[in-house]
Design a protein around this ligand. Sequence first.
Ligand SMILES: [Zn+2]
Length: 99
Amino acid sequence: MTTGCPSCKSSLQGSPIPEEHRLAGLYGDDPPTHYSRKVGIEYPGIYDGVLVWSCPDCGYKWPRFAVGALYGAGIRAIEGETEHEDLGGDYLGPNGSTR
Ligand SMILES: [Zn+2]
């Protein structure tokens, strides 16, 4: 559970989860020992849940799912954001226009 950011290699392991919370079953039958620092991003209308992870340190984004249709959806969501960022952060109109 000590996987780092794929880009900057920063540790994504957060602080320890209190033992009483782990024993209470709040984190399942095989509870992790630490919280995660990964930021989960949802894209409403594409997937109901985390589709993309983001690094809290460098902002790099990567798909939650490694294979299949949801991997592709994650890639497209990230690429869609990148295209917007390439416009310089201007306000985007309903059709992606900047005016
Ligand atoms: Zn990073």
